[in-house]
Design a protein around this ligand. Structure first.
Ligand code: VG1
Ligand code: CO
Length: 542
């Protein structure tokens, strides 16, 4: 064992989902080691216990994993489970942590952020319930990183991650496990695989899944093609590449443009889906028909009883604050609880553990349930496949029926990327200062009804998270929310979330940007985005 002296690095505070930095920052000697030691130092009682390690296959994963294995062994973990070739999607890691009752896990991913030598790297710690560490833990890790003086490691050869099986590393047993099988088993218990198989076998149903050269490739091939019998090639871009093929592994209509071209083309398949860098997000597309993530959550909640894993009913739903309130309407009709949490999956953990909610979702293409403690891309795809097989209707028909029953929440998110941090902070501060005077005032044709800076008190442990986004509600139920991203690595990203409720079915066919035009104008009038940032329009509109 070696004890290496070190000095703190600035800025090792985890954001919305772990610590994310440029690869070059992570490659500084001691940078990764300091963070990992800070994680271990902030935990208690892990001696002899199990740690799960895996990542999304991005550039530098392989080397980082060897560093982590040596450090985990040197720090006294008894057993380390690592995905073959270092691969574990975020939901698969969550599944493995739970199944083998591990103490926790380290997941190497920067999710939807681009990879490669000039791209991003990331690491997050998940606790024993399989979910992201709550804020209290991430704050402890950060505090420790600012006072760290040494880290522990071993002098040992690299573990062969390609070969399944066990190796001894210092006092720890390292086991390389199949990356897919535990996760695939769990999916088989939740969904009606026979019915989905029959749908594919009929030949009348075609789908495309875009893995975006990220981690879900092997999962999608095994589950969709090998187990469910979808034709080979159903999963496209299915080989994980260290730089994701130079793309942006973010499953939205802008970045998954290859899939969108097919879904809107002449021979469009019936169903399309995509997932992100670490496999926890999902985009659902029908034949020439886009499904917003907020609507997807609401549809899953309303139809959960049709799926074996949820046939007994769902207990409640939770959504992140900026997510549209489509799910709230379903919860109300079903007489179940609905929670509004800050952005980031870590805020769902307590509600799931306490059995208060079954389904959770975020507007950023993230949905999942109590089967794991992370969002889960392929799970959502399989849920939709199960619904399509059971209802025998198209994606579009299911959505239109949903809107008729519950009304339609028109929704869009406008992102302004790579802003000067000071400019973005000034914009938010000015708007925050103006909030108290807004209620009752008019912005264009709209009247402001409410305005606040979202603060969340966790109903289970009472912890408070403040400054989680500025929300302005208008008379009639429309809303705009402003937030700064907590996952970027360059400058600041401003996210503007826009929503309008439309109960009238004869008005459910409007193009969303048009349906939201007055709210888009109000957002500009309230925040002065153009004048402050000099940007004429958003970089990404989803
Ligand atoms: C974004 C999304 C948020 C999501 C987070 C992590 O955060 O908005 O909903 O939970 O990414 O997802 P932010 O702070 O940039 O808005 V992932 O798939 O990157 O682990
Ligand atoms: Co992700």
């Amino acid at each position: 064992m070696t004890v290496v002296s070190t000095r703190p690095f600035e800025g090792q505070r985890p954001g919305t989902s772990g610590l994310r930095k440029k690869v070059a920052v992570f490659k500084q000697p001691g940078y990764l080691e300091n963070f990992v030691q800070s994680v271990f130092d902030s935990l208690e009682g892990y001696q002899g216990q199990t740690l799960v390690v895996g990542g999304d296959g991005r550039y530098w994963n392989d080397q980082a994993i060897q560093v982590i294995l040596r450090m985990a062994a040197a720090n006294g973990f008894g057993r380390i489970l690592v995905g073959q070739d270092g691969i574990l999607s975020t939901p698969a890691a969550s599944c493995v942590i739970r199944k083998y009752k591990a103490f926790g896990g380290l997941i190497l991913s920067a999710s939807h952020n681009p990879g490669g030598p000039d791209g991003d790297f990331g690491i997050k710690y998940n606790i024993g319930n399989g979910g992201p560490a709550p804020e209290k833990v991430t704050e402890d890790i950060y505090a420790r990183s600012q006072t760290i003086t040494e880290y522990r490691s071993l002098e040992a050869a690299d573990v062969d991650l390609a070969r399944l099986g066990k190796t001894q590393l210092g006092g720890a047993e390292v086991e390389v496990i199949d990356s897919v099988s535990d996760y695939a088993d769990l999916m088989g218990h939740l969904f009606d695989f026979d019915r989905i198989k029959a749908m594919f076998a009929s030949g009348a149903f075609r789908m495309r899944f875009d893995a975006m050269h990220a981690v879900t490739g092997p999962y999608a091939r095994t589950i969709l093609e090998d187990i469910l019998g979808a034709p080979p090639g159903t999963a496209m871009n299915a080989v994980p590449l260290p730089d994701f093929g130079g793309g942006h592994p973010d499953p939205n209509p802008v970045y998954a443009d290859q899939l969108m071209a097919e879904m809107f083309g002449a021979k469009a398949p019936d169903f399309g889906a995509a997932s992100d860098g670490d496999g926890d997000r999902n985009m659902i597309v029908g034949k020439r028909f886009v499904v917003t993530p907020s609507d997807s959550l609401a549809v899953l909640a309303a139809n959960a009883h049709l799926v074996p894993g949820y046939a007994k009913g769902i207990r409640g739903v939770a959504r992140s604050m900026p997510t549209s309130r489509a799910a709230d309407r379903v919860a109300e009709a079903m007489g179940i609880e609905c929670f509004e949490t800050p952005t980031g999956w870590k805020f769902f953990g307590n509600l799931l553990d306490a059995g208060r909610v079954t389904l959770c979702g975020e507007e950023s293409y993230g949905t999942s349930s109590d089967h794991v403690r992370e969002k889960d891309g392929l799970w959502a795809v399989l849920f939709w496949l199960n619904l399509l097989a059971k209802r025998g209707e198209s994606v579009e028909a299911i959505l239109r029926d949903h809107w008729r029953r519950f009304g339609r929440n028109y929704y869009s998110r406008h992102d302004y990327d790579g802003l000067d941090t000071a400019v973005a902070n000034d914009l938010m501060n000015a708007l925050r200062a103006a909030l108290p005077g807004l209620p009752g005032s008019r912005v264009g044709e709209l009247t402001v009804e409410s305005a606040d800076d979202f603060s969340y008190t966790d109903p289970i442990d009472g912890s408070v998270s403040s400054k989680q986004g500025l929300r302005i509600g208008f008379a009639g139920g429309s809303r705009v929310v402003f937030r700064l991203s907590g996952t970027g690595t360059e400058g600041a990203t401003l996210r503007v979330y826009l929503e309008r409720f439309e109960p009238d079915p004869s008005r459910h066919d409007i193009e969303p940007q048009e349906a939201l035009a007055d709210i888009i104008q109000a957002a500009e009038a309230l925040a002065g985005i153009k004048t402050r940032t000099g940007r004429e329009k958003a970089d990404v509109v989803t």
